[in-house]
Design a protein around this ligand. Structure first.
Ligand code: TYM
Length: 326
């Protein structure tokens, strides 16, 4: 047994990872795997609440696993698995459904946004999404959840669900907290008043596997102000430069911005080169991994074995406590 604290987080297999996913979540997973007991998973059940084509899903799952491994997750340091390989997540979600008031879910802003986007498919799964997320987290007794800011409301609901369960059936679940990076909300390139999100469209996102030329072209089009760095676009670019550029260069940009003389053309060109360079090894590693999907499947199966053992133990305790163990 280890006395490390436990963290849990998931990413949906819905396409390519953008800088928001990386800087808000994945980059932190890679850092935290050294200090925590980690469960990281591909949230395929969450992803089917949105419109999708079943033909695309298997490759999206393998691509995301390749992304996570290529970016630096080490399967020896964390359990990396696919959510649907651990049926106990959905089983626990059902039990939590019977404790969660509908009114709590009606308040969820992400549900309201998504429902507004897919009016023809406002399904029960979309509504119940945060309850499954609570089960994902609580089943491993996580104390923290590394996520971007947009997930805070779901983590708050997870704490409430833990409380509902503990109050009714006795102390069982820990109330976890969100764990943020220094960049919990990366903004869109094309419309920097909005959060970077795939649903806005490809021109709003920098994908971490974008080729250098594409990165340069997307950054070149990003709106900025005339120099004083007060606009959302300028702030977003400076945030990215703080992360990807050298400290010296970033400090120069910052000083220039303060005096009103920042040349955004230069910043964008250098930033594009720095971002492309940052992801060079990742891009190559991803290509190599995808040539051998069976190796990826093996990693996911091994991760599922580790997760399953813990999930089964939690479920035995839960069944006993709620009175269905006979
Ligand atoms: P998903 O796939 O939508 O997002 C994956 C992670 O990326 C973060 N993120 C951002 N961070 C900063 N700036 C942005 N613009 C940005 N866009 C996305 C998200 O906050 C997230 O951390 N519901 C989760 C998946 C999930 C989950 C869980 C997470 C399912 N079960 C249990 C934690 C624990 C989601 O939205 O993933």
């Amino acid at each position: 047994m280890t006395n490390k604290q436990t963290i849990v987080s998931g990413i949906q297999p819905t396409g390519r990872l953008h800088l928001g996913n990386y800087l808000g979540a994945l980059k932190n997973f890679i850092k935290l795997q050294n200090d925590y007991q980690c469960y990281f998973f591909i949230a395929d059940y969450h992803s089917i609440t949105e419109n999708y084509n079943p033909k695309d899903k298997p490759q999206q799952i393998l691509n995301l696993a390749a992304d996570m491994l290529a970016a630096g997750l080490n399967p020896k340091k964390c359990a990396l698995f696919v959510q649907s390989d651990i049926p106990a997540h959905t089983e626990l979600a059902w039990i939590f459904n019977c404790l969660t008031p509908i009114s709590y879910l009606e308040r969820m802003t992400q549900y309201k946004d998504k429902a507004a986007r897919q009016k023809e498919n406002i399904n029960v799964g979309l509504f119940d999404y945060p309850v499954l997320q609570a089960a994902d987290i609580l089943i491993y007794h996580a104390t923290a959840v590394p996520v971007g800011q947009d997930q805070d409301q779901h983590v708050e609901l997870t704490r409430q669900v833990a409380r509902f369960f503990n109050n009714r059936f006795g102390q069982t679940f820990t109330e976890p907290k969100s764990l943020h990076t220094e960049t919990p909300k990366i903004m869109s390139l094309a419309d920097p008043d909005k959060k970077m999100s795939k649903s806005l469209g490809d021109n709003h996102c920098l994908y971490i596997d974008d080729e250098p030329k594409i990165i340069a072209a997307k950054l070149a089009k990003a709106p900025t102000d005339s120099g004083d760095a007060k606009s959302a676009g300028a702030k977003n670019l400076l945030t990215l430069s703080k992360i990807f550029s050298s400290e010296k260069l970033y400090n120069q940009y910052l000083a220039a911005a303060k005096s009103g003389g920042l040349r955004y053309g230069d910043l964008k060109k250098n930033l594009a080169a720095d971002i492309a360079a940052h992801f060079t090894d990742y891009r190559q590693a991803k290509q190599t991994l995808l040539k051998n999907p069976d190796q990826i499947r093996k990693v996911l199966a091994a991760g599922a074995r580790v997760a399953s053992a813990v999930a089964k133990k939690t479920m035995a305790e839960v069944r006993e406590k709620i009175g269905i163990s006979y």
